[in-house]
Design a protein around this ligand. Structure first.
Ligand code: SAH
Length: 373
């Protein structure tokens, strides 16, 4: 290919690329569509933009308040003690965004000097653009960091894995129950040549779930596979994991794929690469994957309960003590956003799950196992 041809291809929108793939190969899975839209190396959503903050497309917990990352840093210090305080521990964050969580966590971890000393920082990030933001955010952290494109690249050994709003970005597949059986929902082209949802010709012989026609199954195989790998590492090499995401506790029929641009919901097929695509995380599927790898699962619990248990209210009081009235009001509003547990608030919508070796019976932030229903 000549350089001119290559430049012309680069300029074409991702939507045009996907239309061409579908025209050549036929309809593609939602899994492949999501992976292209989010992490295409040069035209994906995360690879081409910085989506965070009021000016961006959405706001995440570490962006709302420093308290979030700080408490996670202290959580990591406590769990490190509970797993036997290994002399070297990798602190691995998956999908660190702008790097706020890790920066706040490392600052708080200095309060536990032995833990801080033991840490090696590793970040798993698909986007070079965001990796650069993370580098800047961590420049004064006092810890060198290493970046990886995937978990497979992270060197083996004891590790604490942290993932906030990461699992929700991993691609899913959809199956629709029809009179003939379960068919996969695919992304194809409508008569005008626009991207449109359609159905596979063949039914899926392996799906046997009983459901009314029209029911949809959403399967996050990538998320389950990743959880299996993390849990297997923890079991064989020691460590712990903490996953926080918008999600639900019991597997259920229905699809949750959504696209968000500039804080508004948009059509997920309208502009691949320009809107964030996420699904709600199926925490029971993650828990099953982790248990099947012989780890112990703590939770899931609601984010509000988890943060309260870790002392977020006391931490907010401390911050307010040295604050101007305006700053104090900001702390209060951030606190309310993070732990508010009405049905439509973050404290209830977000769930937290931890994974350890089976020998670790309790994890900070989770009620003791006996007390859990
Ligand atoms: N944890 C951050 C950012 C959440 S957004 C926060 O809470 O603010 C999702 C993050 O995961 C982004 O950094 C995105 O670039 C990264 N990401 C998404 N899919 C990925 C993948 N398949 N592999 C590696 N990183 C990915």
């Amino acid at each position: 290919m000549t350089e001119t041809q290559e430049r012309a291809l680069q300029k074409r929108s991702l939507k045009d690329d996907i239309r061409e793939i579908v025209a050549d190969e036929g309809p593609i899975s939602i899994e492949r569509y999501m992976a292209l839209a989010l992490t295409h190396p040069t035209k994906g959503y995360y690879t081409t933009r910085n989506p965070f903050g009021v000016e961006g497309d959405f706001v995440t917990a570490p962006e709302i308040s420093q308290m979030f990352g700080e408490l996670i840093g202290l959580w990591a210090a406590e769990i490190w003690t509970l797993i036997g305080a290994p002399a070297r521990i990798r602190l691995v964050e998956l999908g660190p965004g702008r790097g706020a969580l890790m920066a706040d966590a490392l600052r708080a971890a200095r309060a536990a000097p032995d833990f801080f000393q033991a840490i090696d920082v590793h970040l798993v990030e698909a986007s070079d653009l965001l990796a650069e933001k993370q580098r800047q955010a961590l420049a004064d952290s006092g810890k060198p960091a290493t970046w990886h494109k995937g978990l497979d690249e992270v060197p083996h050994g004891p590790a604490i894995f942290i993932a906030n709003e990461f699992f929700d970005a991993l691609p899913v597949r959809h199956y629709l129950k029809t009179a003939k059986g379960w068919r996969e929902r695919l992304v194809g082209l409508d008569p005008e040549g626009e991207l449109a949802f359609g159905l596979s010709e063949e039914t899926e012989p392996y799906i046997k779930a009983q459901a009314a026609d029209g029911s949809i199954l959403e399967i996050g195989a990538a998320a389950q596979r990743l959880m299996t790998q993390i849990a297997a590492r923890i079991v064989s090499e020691n460590g712990a994991a903490l996953a926080i995401d918008y999600g639900y506790v019991r597997t259920a029929f229905g699809e949750t794929l959504q696209a968000v641009k500039a804080h508004q919901f948009v059509d997920p097929l309208a502009a691949p690469g320009e809107a964030d695509l996420t699904t709600h995380v199926d925490f029971s599927a993650l828990a099953r994957a982790a248990s099947a790898a012989n780890s112990r699962v703590h939770g899931p619990v609601e984010q509000g309960a988890f943060l309260r248990e870790l002392g977020i209210v006391q931490r907010a009081d401390m911050l307010k003590r040295n604050a101007t009235p305006e700053q104090a009001a900001q702390v209060d509003s951030a606190l309310a956003r993070l732990i508010g547990d009405a049905a439509d608030e973050m404290g209830a919508l977000f769930k937290v799950l931890a994974v350890t070796r089976r020998a670790v019976k309790e994890a900070p932030g989770f009620a003791p196992l006996e007390a859990q229903s």
